[in-house]
Design a protein around this ligand. Structure first.
Ligand SMILES: C[S@@+](CC[C@H](N)C(=O)[O-])C[C@H]1O[C@@H](n2cnc3c(N)ncnc32)[C@H](O)[C@@H]1O
Length: 139
C-alpha cells in the first residue's frame, strides 16, 4: 500500500494537487459532485462526519448548508493546513479538523447523522476499511 501521508504531504505532489480543477474550484470542479449532492440531500441541523476531508470543500459546504456540526479528519498535515487557512474566511466555526489516520481513527462524538467520504476509502487496506466501517456504524 502507498504511504498516503507521505504522498499528500510530499511537496511536489501537494503543489500539483493544488492545481487540479477540484482544488481550484472546489465542489463545482469535481465531476462526481452533482451525484453526491443529490445523495447527501438536505443536511440542515445534521451532525456531519467528513472522512478524509482533504482541502475541506465538502466540510465548508456542509457548514454553509446549515449542518449542526462538521467533524473531519485527514492524514495529511498539508491538506488540513490549507483547509484551515480557507476556513479563516468562513463565517462559521462549527468545523473541527483533526489530523488522523482513518485506518486507526477512534471517533469521539457519540452520534452522526451523515458520514461522508469522497475519493479516500480506496486508500485503505481491506482490514482497515472494515474496521473504519464498524467504527462509523457503531455511532
Ligand atoms: C483525493 S483527496 C480527496 C479529498 C476530499 N475528500 C475531496 O473529495 O476533495 C484524498 C484525501 O485522502 C486523504 N487520505 C488518504 N489516506 C488517508 C488515511 N489513511 N486517513 C486519512 N486520510 C487519508 C489524503 O490525505 C487526501 O486529503
Amino acid at each position: 500500500m502507498v504511504d498516503n501521508q507521505a504522498l499528500y504531504d510530499r511537496p511536489n505532489f501537494f503543489q500539483a494537487y493544488l492545481t487540479l480543477p477540484r482544488s481550484q474550484n472546489g465542489l463545482e470542479g469535481a465531476p462526481e459532485w452533482p451525484t453526491l449532492r443529490e445523495m447527501v440531500g438536505n443536511i440542515t441541523d445534521q451532525r456531519v462526519l467528513d472522512l478524509g476531508c482533504g482541502l475541506g470543500w465538502f466540510s465548508r459546504y456542509a457548514s454553509n448548508s446549515g449542518a449542526h456540526s462538521v467533524d473531519t479528519s485527514d492524514i495529511s498535515a498539508k491538506m488540513l493546513g490549507r483547509a484551515k487557512e480557507m476556513n479563516e474566511t468562513h463565517q462559521k466555526i462549527n468545523i473541527r479538523y483533526e489530523l488522523k489516520d482513518l485506518a486507526t481513527v477512534k471517533l469521539t462524538t457519540e452520534e452522526y447523522d451523515l458520514a461522508y467520504s469522497s475519493l479516500v476509502l480506496h486508500y485503505l487496506a481491506n482490514d482497515a476499511f472494515g474496521r473504519l466501517l464498524r467504527e462509523v456504524l457503531n455511532r
